[in-house]
Design a protein around this ligand. Sequence first.
Ligand code: AMP
Length: 132
Amino acid sequence: MATIFSRIAQGEIPSYKCAETDEFYAFLDINPLVKGHTLCIPRREVDYIFDMDDDEIGRFQQFAKHVAQAIKAAFPCVKVGEAVLGLEVPHAHIHLIPMQSERDMNFSNPKLQLTAEEMQATADAIYREFMK
Ligand code: AMP
Protein backbone atom coordinates (compact mmCIF):
# COMPACT_ATOMS: atom_id res chain seq x y z
CA MET A 1 0.00 0.00 0.00
CA ALA A 2 1.22 3.50 -0.88
CA THR A 3 2.53 5.61 1.98
CA ILE A 4 0.65 8.76 2.94
CA PHE A 5 3.54 10.81 1.56
CA SER A 6 3.39 9.01 -1.82
CA ARG A 7 -0.28 9.82 -1.98
CA ILE A 8 0.50 13.46 -1.14
CA ALA A 9 3.14 13.65 -3.90
CA GLN A 10 0.63 12.17 -6.36
CA GLY A 11 -2.02 14.73 -5.35
CA GLU A 12 -4.40 12.09 -3.97
CA ILE A 13 -4.19 13.68 -0.52
CA PRO A 14 -4.12 17.49 -0.32
CA SER A 15 -1.01 19.31 0.85
CA TYR A 16 0.39 22.82 0.91
CA LYS A 17 2.87 22.57 -1.98
CA CYS A 18 6.13 24.50 -1.58
CA ALA A 19 8.24 23.09 -4.45
CA GLU A 20 8.44 20.19 -6.86
CA THR A 21 10.54 18.52 -9.51
CA ASP A 22 10.00 15.30 -11.45
CA GLU A 23 11.79 13.40 -8.70
CA PHE A 24 11.03 15.29 -5.47
CA TYR A 25 8.21 17.17 -3.74
CA ALA A 26 8.11 19.66 -0.84
CA PHE A 27 5.10 20.63 1.26
CA LEU A 28 4.35 22.21 4.63
CA ASP A 29 4.44 20.03 7.71
CA ILE A 30 0.84 19.93 8.94
CA ASN A 31 2.04 20.38 12.56
CA PRO A 32 4.70 23.07 12.13
CA LEU A 33 7.27 23.86 14.79
CA VAL A 34 7.56 27.34 13.23
CA LYS A 35 6.05 29.09 10.24
CA GLY A 36 7.72 27.72 7.11
CA HIS A 37 8.43 24.21 8.52
CA THR A 38 8.63 22.20 5.30
CA LEU A 39 9.07 18.52 4.39
CA CYS A 40 10.98 17.34 1.32
CA ILE A 41 10.30 13.85 -0.03
CA PRO A 42 11.32 11.68 -2.97
CA ARG A 43 8.37 10.71 -5.15
CA ARG A 44 9.83 7.20 -5.19
CA GLU A 45 8.89 5.17 -2.15
CA VAL A 46 11.82 4.56 0.15
CA ASP A 47 11.50 4.43 3.93
CA TYR A 48 15.02 4.96 5.28
CA ILE A 49 16.89 7.90 3.78
CA PHE A 50 20.24 6.15 4.15
CA ASP A 51 19.02 3.30 1.94
CA MET A 52 19.15 5.75 -0.99
CA ASP A 53 22.15 5.29 -3.23
CA ASP A 54 24.80 8.01 -3.33
CA ASP A 55 23.51 9.68 -6.49
CA GLU A 56 19.89 9.77 -5.35
CA ILE A 57 20.64 11.12 -1.88
CA GLY A 58 22.88 13.72 -3.53
CA ARG A 59 20.04 14.90 -5.77
CA PHE A 60 17.65 14.82 -2.81
CA GLN A 61 20.00 16.98 -0.75
CA GLN A 62 20.39 19.38 -3.68
CA PHE A 63 16.61 19.72 -3.89
CA ALA A 64 16.43 20.35 -0.13
CA LYS A 65 19.10 23.03 -0.50
CA HIS A 66 17.06 24.88 -3.12
CA VAL A 67 13.92 24.62 -0.99
CA ALA A 68 15.87 25.89 2.05
CA GLN A 69 17.05 28.90 0.01
CA ALA A 70 13.43 29.62 -0.94
CA ILE A 71 12.30 29.31 2.69
CA LYS A 72 15.02 31.72 3.86
CA ALA A 73 14.10 34.23 1.17
CA ALA A 74 10.41 34.05 2.06
CA PHE A 75 10.88 33.96 5.85
CA PRO A 76 14.08 35.68 6.93
CA CYS A 77 15.80 33.64 9.64
CA VAL A 78 19.26 33.04 11.04
CA LYS A 79 19.60 29.74 9.18
CA VAL A 80 17.34 26.98 7.90
CA GLY A 81 17.91 23.86 9.99
CA GLU A 82 17.65 20.37 8.57
CA ALA A 83 16.56 17.24 10.42
CA VAL A 84 15.75 13.66 9.50
CA LEU A 85 13.71 11.61 11.95
CA GLY A 86 11.30 9.35 10.08
CA LEU A 87 9.95 7.72 13.22
CA GLU A 88 6.34 8.45 12.34
CA VAL A 89 5.97 8.19 8.55
CA PRO A 90 7.84 5.37 6.74
CA HIS A 91 8.70 7.45 3.68
CA ALA A 92 12.04 9.30 3.64
CA HIS A 93 11.64 13.00 4.39
CA ILE A 94 13.84 15.95 5.30
CA HIS A 95 12.47 18.54 7.72
CA LEU A 96 13.52 22.12 6.87
CA ILE A 97 12.93 24.57 9.69
CA PRO A 98 13.65 28.32 9.57
CA MET A 99 15.49 28.98 12.84
CA GLN A 100 15.83 32.07 14.95
CA SER A 101 17.61 29.97 17.58
CA GLU A 102 18.38 26.31 18.24
CA ARG A 103 15.23 26.09 20.34
CA ASP A 104 13.26 26.08 17.06
CA MET A 105 14.68 22.61 16.27
CA ASN A 106 13.23 20.99 19.39
CA PHE A 107 10.63 18.50 18.16
CA SER A 108 9.13 18.33 21.66
CA ASN A 109 8.02 21.98 21.41
CA PRO A 110 4.29 22.66 21.09
CA LYS A 111 3.23 22.91 17.45
CA LEU A 112 1.88 26.08 15.83
CA GLN A 113 -1.81 26.38 15.09
CA LEU A 114 -2.13 28.15 11.74
CA THR A 115 -5.34 28.67 9.78
CA ALA A 116 -5.74 27.13 6.34
CA GLU A 117 -5.33 30.63 4.88
CA GLU A 118 -2.07 31.15 6.78
CA MET A 119 -0.77 27.74 5.67
CA GLN A 120 -1.66 28.47 2.04
CA ALA A 121 -0.02 31.92 2.16
CA THR A 122 3.10 30.38 3.72
CA ALA A 123 3.37 27.67 1.06
CA ASP A 124 2.70 30.17 -1.74
CA ALA A 125 5.47 32.47 -0.48
CA ILE A 126 7.99 29.60 -0.52
CA TYR A 127 6.78 28.35 -3.92
CA ARG A 128 7.18 31.81 -5.46
CA GLU A 129 10.78 31.99 -4.23
CA PHE A 130 11.53 28.45 -5.41
CA MET A 131 10.29 29.29 -8.91
CA LYS A 132 12.44 32.45 -9.24
P1 AMP B 1 8.71 11.92 11.49
O1 AMP B 1 8.38 10.70 10.66
O2 AMP B 1 9.06 11.55 12.90
O3 AMP B 1 9.77 12.77 10.83
O4 AMP B 1 7.39 12.81 11.58
C1 AMP B 1 6.51 12.93 10.48
C2 AMP B 1 6.16 14.38 10.25
O5 AMP B 1 5.22 14.42 9.18
C3 AMP B 1 5.52 15.10 11.44
O6 AMP B 1 6.21 16.33 11.67
C4 AMP B 1 4.07 15.32 11.01
O7 AMP B 1 3.52 16.53 11.50
C5 AMP B 1 4.19 15.33 9.50
N1 AMP B 1 2.99 14.89 8.81
C6 AMP B 1 2.31 13.75 9.01
N2 AMP B 1 1.26 13.66 8.18
C7 AMP B 1 1.27 14.78 7.41
C8 AMP B 1 0.44 15.30 6.37
N3 AMP B 1 -0.64 14.63 5.93
N4 AMP B 1 0.76 16.51 5.82
C9 AMP B 1 1.84 17.18 6.26
N5 AMP B 1 2.67 16.76 7.24
C10 AMP B 1 2.38 15.58 7.82
